[in-house]
Structures are given as structure tokens and as C-alpha cells.
Design a protein around this ligand. Structure first.
Ligand code: DUC
Ligand code: ZN
Ligand code: ZN
Length: 473
């Protein structure tokens, strides 16, 4: 069994910061001890020098869409390319969304996504299931999925005719979640009202990407968030609002949490760093089209979201990684340009799985909005607890999986499509200079990123059968 030692670094968990060496035995963390208090190096196969660096738990991104069929095309990153890019960025676990299509059985969606991921992932992975068709049968199958380790189900108040569910369908799925102990995740935007605004904009000839943002105003995210939380309160299930972008929505979540409800939320780097202005650059704005959209007067929303992360009104930063190429994708052709004549035909989604750990360190810790422990908490520990993976994942402790990142807090570097590893030909953060860089990454004890090279392989990652939400009041 290979033994590795990470020596000389500062181990940071959600609660501790300590100068400590880490002994890794095969796939697990075997011991932590003060430097010079042990002779581990003598019997080690590998020694990693982390002097002056942070040693943090591998990132957990609970919101990705590898290979998602969407908007007449498919997200460009495969499970192979997307999980490799995640590893480059210090993320060692993803939870992706398997999809039940209309008139399909729920478990067919699960089996299909298991097939796509099997043998292809560089890092460990789990699945949530998108309930795309609420029927008596799919409600029953939520129990089967649960037994397979899918303990969270996503529903959409947006995208009528695609993923959308009515309030009644949502409420029925929530009742099932209450019964079997799972968590409902909600895409909270009022898709019915949005469709009216979209139709009116197109009738006026307002077809540019900026109108994607203008037809999905924050009030409709706030309204849907309120409705989702109230339906969950009545049904009695935990509710987790995905990709929160606006103060209007955050206020609803904050009120529910202050009332003691099991209501939770995530935001994503794009809502902390980008704005509606990014959609305003003529057709190039298509690169920034995602839902919910980035916001007008973004500084106000961003400040509230960062504050929410700091005070635990918000619990998690994920990415909603769902990349579509700008130029030619070898298999799918031009993707973002499908919407040249109408913003409504632009596939929704942004790349980001590789950038999250570094962006949140930069904007959070380096720029003084989050403490170091809180940084680890929102990027790794709480994701593990919220989705039933703790303490196997999300911490550096004896017995936990040796998913570890050696992070250089001082290295300054520039984000660019030239240097990223996601399979997409642009970066939403092109030219952004940030401080803090992922240096070495271990996934279950295997060093997969080191000295600027990838040493893992497709198939290293294992399916994670998850437990229930460990974050409940
Ligand atoms: N939003 C996106 O931007 N892309 C995929 C699905 C979603 O909800
Ligand atoms: Zn969504
Ligand atoms: Zn999503």
C-alpha cells in the first residue's frame, strides 16, 4: 500500500488551521502530526513538500452538467474532460445531474448517466436526479434512486416544455422527499412569466443576448424562491435553492432560515464576479448566457451574496458548469452561435468547474470577504455534509479519503482559455489576474496534479453512493 507524506504545510479545515504533516496510507488519511514529531518519511513512497502552502480538503462541486443535452446541442465537456479540468482546479468530487426526460422512467435517466460516467472520470462523482416528468411511477422510483445513493432531486420552475414542473407536481415530489428523507433542489425562476417577456421582446425585435438577461428579472427569481420555500415548508422536506443570483431571492432564503426552516442555498462564481454588462457586448454576449442571468447593478447583488456566504445565509459555492463552445466544436459545431438570430436559442450555460476553488479563494480570502476556514467550509465541507458524503469527503481527518489540495496562497496568475483544461474555447474570466493557485492535487491518495502536469487517468474516479442530508436543523 503506497504511503505518502505531505510535510511542512498549514492544514486548513472548516474549523482548524494548524502546522501539521499529513500521512496518507493508500486511499485514506492515516495520521496528522506536528512536523519533526515523527519519522514517516523513512517509510514513505512519496514526500510532498508543502512548506508555505495551505493543505486543504479537495473541493466538492455539487452542481455540474457534463454532456448535458440542452438547447439542441450538448454541453461540450464530457465526463472525462470535465472531471480532468475539475482536478486541475482542485476539485476532487463532483455531483452531476442525471436527467429523466419526459415520458421516460426516472431510473432510465440514472442508468444512462451512470453509463456516461462509468470508466471516464478522473475524480469521484455522484448524481442528483432531475425529475423531468412527475408521475405515480417516477414518484415510486424516487425510492429506488434513493437506495442507489441518489438522495437529492432537482426540479425546475423554469423552462416550460423542457424541464418545467407545475406547482402541483413539485408539491407531490416534495411530499415524497419528506417520506424518504431526500432533499429537493430547485431551479427557482418563474418560467411562465419569463416566457411572456421573451415572446414580447422577440416580437419587438429585441434579439440580442442582453435580452436574455432583461427578460429574466430578479423579481421572478425572488418570487419563485419564495414559492419553492413555502411549498417545501408545507410538504416538510429540506429545500436547497440552486444557483442563487439576486438579493430578492437571498432575502426569501434568509427569512426562511431565520424561521428555522431546513432551507439552504448555493451561489456560483459567475454571480459573484460577472454582471449583465457582460451580456451587452453585441453577439459576444452569448458567451455569458446562463440562467439565472448575471444581474444589472451587479455590485449590490454581489455584495449581498458574499455577505450571505460569510454569515451562512448561503451555504455553498458550486459552478453550474455547463459549457458550450463559441467557435467550432469538433462534434457539435458552433454552439453558442445557435442563437445568432434570437437570444432564446442560445444554449444556456457557462464553463467554470476548473475556476471555482481559485476564484473563491481570490475574491473571498485574498480580498478579505471570507475567512480561510469559511472558504473551506463553502467549497468542500458543507457540500459534503449537505449531500451525504461527510466525513468520507470534505475534511482532512484520520479515516477520511485522501482528497487533498496543496494550495499556494501567494501565486499570482491569469485566467485564460489558452491555459485552462475545460473543453471550451473561451473563458468568462479571460485576462483576470488572481492570487492563489492550486499546486498539487491528490484524489484518494493518488497524486493526479503535480508540477504542472496531470498524472491521473480516466476511470480513476468512483461512483459515490450518498447518504442523506447531514446539515439539517
Ligand atoms: N442553467 C444554465 O445556465 N444551464 C444549464 C441549466 C440551467 O439551469
Ligand atoms: Zn438550474
Ligand atoms: Zn444547473
Amino acid at each position: 500500500m503506497p504511503r505518502s507524506v505531505i510535510k511542512g504545510g498549514t492544514v486548513v479545515t472548516s474549523t482548524e488551521q494548524m502546522l501539521s504533516d499529513v500521512l496518507i496510507d493508500d486511499e485514506k488519511i492515516a495520521a496528522l502530526a506536528a512536523p519533526d514529531s515523527h519519522d514517516w518519511e523513512a517509510g514513505a513512497d512519496k514526500v510532498i513538500d508543502a512548506t508555505g502552502k495551505y493543505v486543504i480538503p479537495g473541493g466538492i462541486d455539487v452542481h455540474t452538467h457534463m454532456e448535458l443535452p440542452f438547447g439542441g446541442t450538448k454541453a461540450a465537456d464530457t465526463f472525462e474532460t470535465g472531471t480532468r479540468a475539475a482536478a486541475w482546479g482542485g476539485t476532487t468530487t463532483i455531483i452531476d445531474f442525471a436527467v429523466q426526460a419526459k415520458e421516460q422512467n426516472l431510473m432510465d435517466g440514472f442508468e444512462a448517466w451512470m453509463g456516461k460516467a462509468d470508466g471516464n472520470c478522473a475524480i469521484d462523482y455522484g448524481f442528483h436526479l432531475i425529475v423531468g416528468d412527475v408521475t405515480d411511477q417516477s414518484l415510486k422510483e424516487m425510492d429506488i434512486a434513493f437506495d442507489e445513493g441518489v438522495t437529492s432531486f432537482k426540479m425546475f420552475m423554469a423552462y416550460p416544455g423542457v424541464f418545467y414542473s407545475t406547482d402541483g407536481e413539485i408539491f407531490r415530489a416534495m411530499q415524497k422527499a419528506t417520506e424518504n428523507g431526500s432533499t429537493i433542489m430547485m431551479h427557482a425562476e418563474n418560467g411562465i412569466a419569463i416566457d411572456v417577456l421573451v415572446e414580447q421582446a422577440l416580437a419587438r425585435g429585441d434579439t440580442d443576448p442582453i435580452y436574455h438577461g432583461l427578460t429574466r428579472p430578479p423579481i421572478l427569481e425572488g418570487e419563485a424562491t419564495h414559492r419553492a420555500i413555502k411549498l417545501a415548508e408545507l410538504a416538510g422536506c429540506p429545500i436547497y435553492i440552486v444557483h442563487m443570483s439576486a438579493t430578492e431571492a437571498l432575502l426569501e432564503l434568509t427569512m426562511a432560515r431565520d424561521d428555522g426552516q431546513n432551507a439552504f442555498g448555493e451561489t456560483c462564481p459567475q454571480y459573484l464576479f460577472l454582471s449583465l454588462d457582460d451580456l451587452g457586448n453585441g453577439y459576444e454576449g452569448a458567451k455569458f448566457v446562463c440562467s439565472p442571468p448575471m444581474r444589472d447593478r451587479a455590485e449590490e447583488h454581489q455584495e449581498a451574496l458574499w455577505k450571505g456566504l460569510a454569515t451562512n445565509d448561503l451555504q455553498i459555492v458550486s459552478t453550474d458548469h455547463c459549457p458550450f463552445c463559441w467557435g467550432d466544436h469538433p462534434e457539435f459545431g458552433t454552439q453558442k452561435q445557435l442563437g445568432r438570430d434570437s437570444f432564446a436559442s442560445i444554449p444556456n450555460g457557462l464553463p467554470g468547474v476548473e475556476n471555482r476553488m481559485e476564484l473563491i479563494y481570490h475574491g473571498g480570502v485574498h480580498e478579505g470577504r471570507l475567512g480561510l476556514n469559511r472558504y473551506v467550509e463553502v467549497t468542500s465541507t458543507t457540500p459534503a455534509k449537505m449531500f451525504g458524503l461527510y466525513p468520507q469527503k470534505g475534511t482532512i481527518a484520520v479515516g477520511s479519503d485522501a482528497d487533498v489540495v496543496v494550495f499556494d496562497p501567494d501565486e499570482v496568475h491569469t485566467l485564460s482559455a489558452e491555459t485552462h483544461h475545460m473543453w471550451v474555447d473561451y473563458s468568462c474570466y479571460e485576462g483576470l489576474e488572481i492570487t492563489g493557485k492550486v499546486e498539487t492535487v491528490l484524489s484518494r491518495g493518488k497524486t493526479i496534479i503535480e508540477d504542472g502536469a496531470y498524472h491521473g487517468s480516466a476511470g480513476d474516479g468512483r461512483y459515490l453512493r450518498r447518504g442523506t442530508n447531514q446539515y439539517l436543523i
